[in-house]
Design a protein around this ligand. Sequence first.
Ligand code: BG6
Length: 487
Amino acid sequence: MAAAANSADRLLLFGATGDLARRMLLPSLCALDADGLLAENLRIVGTARSEMTDGEFRNMAREALEKFLPAERRGSMAHFLNRLHYQALDATTLEGYEELAKKVGPSTSADADGGLAIFLSTAPSLFGPTIAGLQHAGLTGDHVRIGLEKPLGTDLESSCAINDAVAGAFSEDRIFRIDHYLGKETVQNLLALRFANILFEPIWNSNYIEHVQITVAETVGLESRVAYYDDSGALRDMVQNHMLQLLALVAMEPPTSFDATAVRDEKVKVLRALRKVGASETVTGQYRAGAVDGEAVPGYDEELGKDSDTETFVALKAHVDNWRWKGVPFYLRTGKRLPERVTEIVVKFRCVPHSIFEATGSGLSPNQLLIGIQPEENITLSLMAKVPGLGVEGVRLREVPLEITMPDAFVGQHRRIAYERLLLDLIHGDQTLFVRRDEVEAQWQWVDAIREVWDDNEIKPKTYSAGSWGPSAAIALAERDGVSWHE
Ligand code: BG6
């Protein structure tokens, strides 16, 4: 593929030997290469602390691709691996950055804009020193853009410190904050569903919607991220970013166009309209030993090797205080070691104002729209229909699903890794699916206030058995309002 205007012709990956690089970034780049979506002159330089030659880095990458990318998506691995180069770096000292800049090399693009895209997937403590090093080596000019992987801080204050450090070297239009949920196909599809159809928008408000549920359930436990996770917990790890982005996409006003400023302007308004959560509107939990998928698994404390008050589950009742969403609760829940891996949004509509079928004894269920994000990508609208028959005893009605299964609707399309979309957009300089500073800060502000409520009210995680849907208090949180979590 020829380079598009404003495309980077060099990609510099920090944290290139890490878990994210091996599982997601290198496989995504290879898949893009296989589909001919990377410009022929794109050169990829990896950097991390370990000493390695280009050859060793390519071997590491080959192993990662064989493990994490299905064979049919690899294309010519040799073609991709030839793009890779490596330079070891101690990111905390300035010395190595000049060598790194040499390895990155000058632009080879005929286009004067041939730029450099940097992807930072390192510990947040390295962000500051890395930015200083990049500046020192002249790797922060006008044609350089930078992608930042989470966690971007642990609260508003630390997030502002990181954002300030980055802003010292890069203008906002060159900063690409990653929330990989925005790279997921069905998450983007939410925008298409809402704004490319006339059907939903007129009823997408408190007159017709009774409540919204957003669930991000995982079966995994701590995995290998002991230190990170115990300092973070479910609220910072999942709610602050992914779940709030989903909520913002559900609740935002129609943007004037699908471009970075218009979309992000609307999302930030929602994030700023989030009401402070009260003590009775939040439940936290931590898993104990139990069974997931029929296998016995240890409790969080045992996995961690010490006692901890970190939450592995959160359920919340949120409100967006604006005209459209007045009085519509948004129930959010996320947790580790839940019975199944599922990310979904459920929009529950109100009942019809008057049932003409009441006399027949046939009850009506309110309509419901379910947007399955993973593992199934589907959209299901539940409708009431008449049960076939002569109705001697009166008309009988039943709920039936109108279902679109995305892979069936789009046969022949690959299921893409979220990072394919995001890396491609970083290389091309499109910020629409990246999070702007004001969004991140609004997210932290809301989440910090929740932590404050927990502290002030001494709210500690309640236990739940691994393989269950969290503490019973989470079920009660919704049931108090006559709502059942979708399962
Ligand atoms: C990450 C969290 O951001 O998202 C992890 O740090 C979590 O704890 C992961 O497991 C979930 O991502 P996905 O794409 O598997 O839903």
